[in-house]
Design a protein around this ligand. Structure first.
Ligand code: ATP
Length: 333
């Protein structure tokens, strides 16, 4: 039997609730699969900062270094000190954010299926911000290597999808930084002649995500634009509560929902756990357990299309626990 060691950070706000739900789903899945997931809990986030004076203790970093894979719930105010830091530390340069409409979920259209490939280590997220007197300045860092590897990743994913990549930038204004990003992406596109390549300005993309979301397959873009567009794309598909994410590098990977810790609903037991369960599905695919990933997604699709047990963000009144049980029922059927 295959065994996988995985670091597990529960996070803040709704993090622990949706993590608990996800663990229940994974343990049901283990019953019908031939692998075992061995989770090692690590600390990190606001609560950890309050108790220990650091939002990301060294031993948490060491454990991720050993396991190579981490499943993580959302953290609150300390996100910059936790996830942004982990992305840089482990060079998790690609942030994969699928946005898909599911049957029974009120999305703008029923046929949306896109993957946002967001560069994850550069841009304004480098954190080079300074005060100059009363004013403030931030540096936007875009490197040739950074553009090359994210473009390669986007085109490779497009090859296993509908073979279309949209390069999203603002090179008409950010001529040097986004000019580089655009040019390198176009250069990489030449290696993938089967993939249709188009480019769009980020503002036009924000509009087209509402007007014709079904036309997008893979979007490749820089860090900040990717962050904003993926929240938009998630809502276009019905709810942030359905939106998973993967942070992938050459050696390490971390999986987490794209949303934040949702303090407004924390502790109420009404959070939608699907974002985190689908993040775990992406983790299983990364580990090579593709069939297990499909079982999870099929179970979720059934629950959503039946429309009987839905959380509040999806227009229902089920609790986190009730929808989790329903998903497990479908897995074990
Ligand atoms: P951040 O700045 O970290 O993104 P935020 O509070 O601005 O945090 P989110 O935490 O992503 O943003 O939440 C945005 C909205 O979406 C909130 O109203 C929240 O309740 C809702 N939401 C987010 N995740 C879920 C979920 N899993 N289930 C139900 N509602 C959710």
């Amino acid at each position: 039997m295959k065994k996988y060691k995985i670091a597990l950070m529960k996070g803040d706000g709704i993090g622990p609730e949706i993590t608990e739900a996800t663990l229940k789903v994974l343990s049901a899945l283990e019953e019908i699969s031939s692998f075992k997931l061995d989770f090692i809990e690590i600390e990190g986030g606001d609560e950890c900062l309050r108790r220990r004076g650091t939002a990301l203790p060294e031993e948490s970093i060491d454990i991720i270094r050993k396991t190579g894979v981490c499943l993580k719930g959302p953290v609150g105010e300390s996100a910059a000190d936790v996830i942004v830091k982990l992305r840089l530390l482990f060079d998790l340069y690609a942030n994969l954010r699928p946005a898909k409409s599911y049957p029974g979920v009120p999305a703008l259209r029923p046929d949306i299926d896109m993957l946002i490939v967001r560069e994850n280590t550069e841009d304004l997220y480098k954190g080079y911000e300074f005060n100059i007197g009363d004013d403030a300045i931030a540096l936007r860092v875009i490197t040739k290597k950074g553009c090359q590897r994210i473009a390669e990743m986007a085109f490779k994913y497009a090859m296993s999808r509908r073979k279309k990549v949209t390069i999203v930038h603002k090179a008409n204004v950010l001529r040097v930084t986004d000019g580089l990003f655009r040019n390198i992406c176009l250069e990489v596109s030449k290696k993938f002649p089967e993939v249709k390549c188009e480019e769009l300005y980020v503002d036009a993309t924000a509009m087209h995500l509402i007007r014709r979301p079904q036309d997008f397959d893979v979007i490749v873009t820089t860090n900040l634009f990717g962050d904003i567009l993926s929240d938009e794309a998630a809502q276009v598909c019905g709810s942030l509560g359905l939106a998973p994410g993967a942070n992938i590098g050459d050696k390490y990977a971390l999986f987490e929902p794209i949303h934040g810790s949702a303090p407004d609903i924390a502790g109420k037991k009404i959070a939608n756990p699907i974002s985190m369960i689908l993040s775990a599905k992406m983790m299983l695919e990364y580990l090579g357990e593709k069939e297990a990933g499909s079982i999870i997604e099929n179970a979720i699709t059934k629950v959503l299309s039946e429309g009987k047990v839905l959380t509040r963000d999806l227009g229902g009144n089920a609790t986190t626990d009730e929808i989790t049980k329903e998903i497990i029922k479908k897995i074990l059927k």
